[in-house]
Design a protein around this ligand. Structure first.
Ligand code: PNS
Length: 158
């Protein structure tokens, strides 16, 4: 039984995140999406709101995915939920350095945990939560980038 975590800020979840989470189920049996709730990271949506958006988007259709928030270290969250794999998505080469550093630090902290990368679908290679927030803040159309319920919440927020 392979259980993985997919940690991130998900502020808010985008179609790129959804794609990675669904594809991760091809290689793991269970996926626990971990929504970071560290107080030093300023987020537009609260951790509870971010968890709910993910649950409402993925929860019912995908019983092998569950969503939780966590604070502190990703490796501790993985231990807490008994996961042995960390899933991360890689978009462009610009993600590589940051992701390499995180994977190496996490390996130092917990060598039993393997980080596995899924390459983002080319459709979402440019997509980020920050871009989506910026577009939404200027009243732009974000309907191609996020699930409909997230688009509604972003419109309400701005
Ligand atoms: O979606 P993001 O913001 O790129 O996700 C980053 C995240 C949440 C995976 C990273 O910030 C993280 O793991 N934070 C928890 C603190 C931690 O474990 N730090 C050590 C590894 S960098």
């Amino acid at each position: 039984m392979i259980r993985a975590i997919y940690p991130g800020s998900f502020d808010p979840v985008t179609n790129g995140h959804i794609d990675i989470a669904k594809r991760a189920l091809r290689i793991v049996d269970e996926l626990v999406i971990g929504v970071l709730n560290n107080s030093n990271k300023t987020a537009l949506f609260s951790a509870d709101e971010r968890v709910k958006m993910l649950q409402d988007t993925l929860g019912a259709e995908h019983p092998k995915i569950r969503v939780e928030s966590f604070s502190g270290l990703t490796v501790d969250f993985a231990k807490q939920v008994n996961a042995n794999i960390i899933i991360r998505g890689l978009r462009a080469v610009t993600d590589y350095e940051y992701e390499l550093q995180m994977a190496q630090i996490n390996y130092e902290l917990c060598p039993e945990l393997e980080t596995t990368f899924l390459m983002a679908n080319i459709k979402y290679a440019f997509l980020s939560s920050s871009m989506v927030k910026e577009i939404a803040s200027f009243g732009g159309d974000i309907s191609d980038f996020v699930p409909p319920l997230v688009a509604d919440q972003l419109r309400e927020m701005f």
